[in-house]
Design a binder for this molecule. Structure first.
Ligand code: PMP
Length: 287
């Protein structure tokens, strides 16, 4: 396995970085998770736009142009010989001193890892996941800037720990006001009487690429969709609930906090959106 590390392609065992890296010391950096379908990088430009916007927002200068980054992604995929898989692209502040001042970090690190993807078993897409709501809240200032896909995932980790303790696949995170925000690493949607709802990003949801693809699909298919704040009550009483994410795609939820959602398996509209989503990932081609 070959890893892109600051302009070089190195073996996994040799892909090492400084312990002074501020990504390591402080979570100071940004990342992307991107999917490769049949050799194509799904919505590559959208992921890179989000990455460069995140970088701009935290005043991190990425030492590669957008096209150089795209070339590096393609070259890493080529060297690893993968047609289907997952790309993790990380840009961290780079090595500095022990203080947190980013001015002491002259050079950002860029790392690209391409791997096979461990995803949910196919039956999970039919049966749906069990889920619970958890106590950690979407943290500040990330909640105010949820569009920054930063390396600060401590809250998401705490959410995942609670999901693990509850024995469920993904959990539901609220914002500090108690509105439903998202999962530990997925966006959330609910469906009620044929209308699809997802929290607006300002509630504290990442502007997920898969979320965007589902919003586009609903528009294309004439399915009404509203970006609106909602609460756990709305989740419990929804006809259908699903999560979206690069790794998870569109995964139904059959139970939340002990309440059975709809028929207790993937609902018709969720299944349709999953089908339509899987169609676009294979036909969109190199972008
Ligand atoms: N929310 C969070 C917190 C995430 O980390 C992710 C990415 N895994 C998502 C939502 C989904 O975003 P995307 O569809 O771009 O993968």
């Amino acid at each position: 396995q070959w890893i892109y590390l600051n302009g070089q392609y190195v073996k996994k065992e040799d892909a090492k970085i400084s312990v002074y890296d501020h990504g390591f010391l402080y979570g100071d950096g940004i990342f992307e998770g991107i999917r490769i379908y049949d050799g194509n990088i799904f919505r590559c430009r959208e992921h890179l736009d989000r990455l460069y916007d995140s970088a701009k927002s935290i005043m991190l200068s990425i030492p590669l142009s957008l096209t150089q980054m795209e070339d590096a992604l393609r070259e890493t995929i080529r060297r690893n010989g993968l047609r289907d898989g997952y790309i993790r692209l990380i840009v961290s502040r780079g090595p500095g001193n022990l203080g947190l001042d980013p001015l002491r970090c002259p050079e950002a690190y860029v790392v690209i890892i391409v791997e096979q993807l461990a995803i949910y078993p196919e039956e999970a897409y039919r049966d749906g996941l069990r889920s619970v709501s958890v106590s950690p809240r979407r943290n500040l200032p990330d909640a105010l800037n949820p569009k920054i896909k930063s390396l600060n995932y401590l809250n998401n980790i705490l959410v995942k720990i609670q999901a693990n303790l509850a024995g469920v696949g993904e959990a539901i995170m609220l914002n500090s006001q108690g509105y439903v925000a998202e999962g530990s690493s997925d966006n959330i949607f609910i469906i009620k009487r044929g209308v699809v709802f997802t929290p607006p990003c300002y509630i504290g949801a990442l502007e997920g690429i898969t979320r965007g693809a589902i919003i586009d699909l609903c528009a294309k298919l004439g399915i009404p969709l509203r970006e609106e704040p909602f609460t756990l009550h709305d989740v419990y009483t929804a006809d259908e609930v699903f999560f979206t994410g690069t790794a998870a795609e569109v995964i139904a939820v059959r139970e939340v906090d002990g309440r059975i959602i709809g028929e207790g398996r993937a609902g018709p509209l969720t299944s349709r959106l999953l089908d339509e989503f899987r169609k676009i990932v294979t036909v969109e081609g190199v972008k």
